[in-house]
Ligand binder design. Structure first.
Ligand code: NAI
Length: 252
C-alpha cells in the first residue's frame, strides 16, 4: 500500500485481536509501529512478531482513558521515530450486559471512558503531532453497534455511535489541513472480545452471528488490513467515512 513505508503509526489496543493484526500489517508495510495498550504482555508479543518479520515496533503502556498517558503515548512516538503519521484508535471494551433500566452506573462510566473518551483523547493529542509532521490519517474503531441497536449493551452502543460523530467532526475540522479521519465499523470478528461476549450474553451474540449474511465470523486481519488501507495513499480521497465491514449484517 502506498505511503506507509517509513511512516510512524500508533495502534491502540494493539496487544490483542483487531489491533494486533493491524499492527502486524503496518509492520509488514514498513511503518514504525507504536503498540499502545494496558496489556503490556500482549503488546510485547505483538512487537516481537513485528520484529521477527523484519519490522520496527515499540510498546507504550497506555490507558487510553487517561489524558496524561495518552499524551505520553504520542510523545513517545514522536521522540522515538521523529514524527506521527497514522493512528488506529482501536482500544475498546465490551462492558457488562444489562438492559438500560438496570445497567450498573460504574459500567456506563467505564465503557464510555475507554471507548468514547479514549478515542477523543487520542485524537486530541495525535492531531497536533500530525499537523507538526505535515499531515496524516486517523482511523477510529466503531462497530455495527455504532450503527444499530444491540439490546443490553447501552453504554457500548452509545460509545460506538459517539465514535462515528467524533470521526465526522474531526474529518470536517482537519481534512483541509492534511489529516483524513475515518472510522471502521466491524461486525462480529473472531477475537478474545467476542469469546468473552459469547459467555456474557450468548443470546445476543448467537443472534448476531446467525444474522450475518456471509455465514461466518470476520477475521481480525480483515479489519486490520482495512485500517492500514484507510491510512494509505490508496485511500487519499476518503475522509469522514465509516467503513462497515460486517459480512452484510447491517445491509438487511
Ligand atoms: P480485544 O479484547 O481482543 O482487544 C482489545 C484490546 O484493547 C486489548 O488488548 C485490551 O487490553 C485493550 N484495551 C482495553 N482497554 C484499554 C484501555 N483502557 N487502554 C488501552 N488499551 C485497552 O478486542 P477486539 O475484538 O480486538 O476489539 C478491538 C476493537 O474493535 C474494540 O474497540 C471493539 O469494541 C471493536 N469491535 C470489535 C468487534 C468484534 O466483534 N471483535 C466488533 C466491533 C467492534
Amino acid at each position: 500500500m502506498d505511503g506507509i513505508h517509513g511512516s510512524t503509526a500508533i495502534v491502540t489496543g494493539g496487544g490483542s485481536g483487531i489491533g494486533r493484526e493491524a499492527a502486524l500489517r503496518f509492520g509488514d508495510e514498513g511503518a514504525n509501529v507504536v503498540v499502545a495498550d494496558v496489556d503490556v504482555e500482549g503488546s510485547e508479543e505483538t512487537v516481537e512478531r513485528i520484529r521477527d518479520a523484519g519490522g520496527e515496533a515499540t510498546v507504550v503502556a497506555t490507558d487510553v482513558s487517561d489524558p496524561d498517558e495518552v499524551e505520553a503515548m504520542v510523545d513517545t512516538a514522536v521522540d522515538t521515530y521523529g514524527s506521527l503519521d497514522f493512528a488506529f484508535n482501536n482500544a475498546g471494551i465490551e462492558g457488562e450486559s444489562e438492559p438500560a433500566g438496570e445497567h450498573p452506573l460504574d459500567n456506563w462510566e467505564q465503557v464510555i471512558d475507554v471507548n468514547l473518551k479514549g478515542v477523543f483523547l487520542a485524537m486530541r493529542y495525535e492531531i497536533p503531532a500530525m499537523l507538526e509532521s505535515g499531515g496524516g490519517s486517523i482511523v477510529n474503531t466503531s462497530s455495527i453497534a455504532g450503527l444499530v441497536a444491540f439490546p443490553n449493551l447501552s453504554p457500548y452502543v452509545a460509545s460506538k455511535h459517539g465514535v462515528i460523530g467524533l470521526t465526522k467532526t474531526a474529518a470536517v475540522e482537519y481534512s483541509g489541513e492534511g489529516i483524513r479521519v475515518n472510522a471502521i465499523s466491524p461486525g462480529v470478528i473472531d477475537t478474545p472480545m467476542v469469546a468473552r461476549s459469547q459467555e456474557d450474553d450468548p443470546e445476543t451474540m448467537e443472534a448476531t452471528k446467525a444474522a450475518t449474511p456471509i455465514g461466518r465470523l470476520g477475521q481480525p486481519e480483515e479489519i486490520g488490513d482495512a485500517a492500514v488501507w484507510l491510512c494509505s495513499e490508496d485511500a487519499s480521497f476518503v475522509t469522514g467515512e465509516t467503513l462497515t465491514i460486517d459480512g452484510g449484517y447491517v445491509a438487511q
